[in-house]
Design a protein. Structure first.
Length: 80
């Protein structure tokens, strides 16, 4: 992987781990998507529909990651 992709991936992972920042960033991405969905503009095309879909899906995923919080990688089973 190139250095730029690694940096972007790391930034995205750090964003998803910070709960409040993730919810705010997700809502910021989700708002234009909902706006494009609700309003009807003459300049809309398949490109703006796709852009709104990607923004909405990314915003929703980041919000869910922020609300879900950090889960442990491994849970030891009970030895009862």
């Amino acid at each position: 992987m190139s250095l730029t992709i690694r940096r972007v991936r790391g930034s995205l992972l750090r964003l998803a781990r910070a709960r409040l920042v993730a919810v705010v960033a997700g809502a910021t991405l989700l708002a234009p998507s909902v706006w494009l969905l609700m309003a009807d503009f003459i300049w809309e095309s398949w490109l703006s529909d796709g852009f709104g879909l990607v923004l909405g899906a990314t915003g929703t995923a980041i919000i869910l990651a922020g609300l879900g919080g950090h889960r442990p990688d491994w849970i030891d089973p009970d030895s009862s």
